[in-house]
Design a protein around this ligand. Structure first.
Ligand SMILES: Cc1cc2nc3c(=O)[nH]c(=O)nc-3n(C[C@H](O)[C@H](O)[C@H](O)COP(=O)(O)OP(=O)(O)OC[C@H]3O[C@@H](n4cnc5c(N)ncnc54)[C@H](O)[C@@H]3O)c2cc1C
Length: 356
């Protein structure tokens, strides 16, 4: 069986590995335009998907022996790392680390890679030549495969965000698994270098107010306890989550961001992509697959819209809960649990509140 995967990002790689494990004699080819994986954003990957990855990938990212705490955050105590993981059983992984590890495994499993930026014409040509049984369009939000299917994206009412990049001498690598909690207004990401990025969920009013930029950035950095920042750059942006009206045709399926983009504060984009893969993995040879897959995507889309509303609601609820907590007890608890104390109260509270 021949499978053509367009796009070797997290979803295309996950898809290829899963199908290769299910059908070891299949010929799988991935067409990917990038020669190097460098994206630094930290992805929250839900445990059920992570646990379906090949043992080598899991081992490389988390360690397969023991309980598997994040092996790449040395300055944090083991307790702090486990605490975060055991709290919601999700993994925080730098996008490029996940991609590189999956790609190395794909190479070992005999999955072929073609480095090329596909266009509508070259896609049609490759399709004719390769004669695949299935094509999986995993080429992201500006998908060429979606264009070939002639899809239109229905966009949700717009949301707003703000980005802050900065440099710091604080070794933020150590906080990366703590920083990517999606339950509140701020999402912080660190890179392997000393550069940092914080995303802020902002309202329409905040988006339109041109004077408040500096304050918003200052508060976000204060939230994470960075007080020695330099080279701060800020920008505001619109967020347009949406779903395409046609997700498959014949042998061609859209998977991941090519079919469905979500508000990134919900930390669901890559997880929804993995969920699409798992659905196809279980059902690909069943009757009426395309019709059923469409229903499935719509249900995911509805979930994602609810999740967007829930982010704000959760943020408000958690803050209300935190405000009622005894500050001294929260500090004591975080020290006992080995959580890095340079995090400000609200962040500590998010981490220990369920244990109080
Ligand atoms: C700041 C930020 C934080 C996020 N945090 C989370 C999180 O915590 N949890 C979560 O679940 N999601 C998160 N997301 C969303 C997540 O990054 C995306 O949903 C996910 O990357 C989608 O994966 P994908 O493989 O479908 O698409 P992409 O990651 O866009 O990958 C598409 C791949 O196709 C390749 N490609 C594109 N066009 C072509 C072409 N014409 N020819 C050949 N190759 C092509 C690209 O090079 C790329 O490798 C976040 C997003 C951002 C921006």
């Amino acid at each position: 069986m021949k499978i053509l995967v367009i796009g070797g990002g997290p979803v295309g790689l996950y898809c290829s590995l899963r199908f290769k494990m299910k059908y070891p004699s299949s010929d799988i080819t991935i067409v990917e335009k990038r020669s190097k994986y460098t994206r630094d954003q930290i992805l929250l990957v839900k445990r059920p998907f992570f646990s379906k990855l090949p043992k080598n990938v899991r081992g490389e990212l988390w360690g397969v022996q023991k309980k598997g705490c994040y092996i790449d955050a040395p300055p944090l105590t083991k307790n702090a790392r486990c605490l975060y993981r055991s709290k919601d059983l999700n993994m925080s992984i730098r996008t490029a680390d996940l991609e590189i590890s999956m790609r190395n495994e794909a190479n070992k499993m005999g999955i072929e890679f073609i480095e090329m930026e596909i266009t509508e014409d070259s896609f049609k040509e490759l399709y004719r030549e390769y004669k695949p049984k299935f094509v999986f369009g995993c080429d992201g939000a500006n998908s060429v495969v979606a264009k070939v299917l002639n899809t239109e994206k229905k966009v949700e009412p717009t949301f707003y965000g703000m980005g802050v990049t900065f440099r710091t001498d604080t070794p933020i690598q150590k906080t990366k698994s703590l920083l990517s909690s999606p339950q509140h207004r701020y999402r912080g990401f660190s890179s392997q270098t000393k550069d940092g990025y914080v995303g802020i969920n902002i309202s329409k009013k905040e988006f339109e107010d041109t004077k408040n930029v500096e304050n918003l950035a200052k508060n976000a950095l204060k939230f994470y306890g960075f007080d020695d920042t330099k080279d701060i750059k800020t920008w505001k942006f619109e967020i347009n989550p949406g779903v395409v009206d046609k997700v498959c045709k014949g042998k061609i399926y859209l998977i991941g961001d090519s079919a469905l983009t979500t508000h990134y504060f919900t930390a669901s984009g890559v997880n929804m992509g993995f969920e699409c893969v798992d659905y196809l993995y279980d059902n690909i040879s069943k009757k009426d697959m395309c019709k059923n897959y469409k229903k499935f995507i719509i249900s995911l889309h509805d979930l994602s819209s609810q999740a967007i509303e829930n982010v704000d609601l959760k943020h408000k609820k958690t803050l209300a809960k935190c405000n009622k907590l005894d500050k001294k007890k929260v500090k004591e608890m975080s020290i006992t649990k080995g959580i890095t104390t340079h995090l400000p109260f609200k962040e500590l509270c998010y981490l220990v509140k369920d244990m109080l």
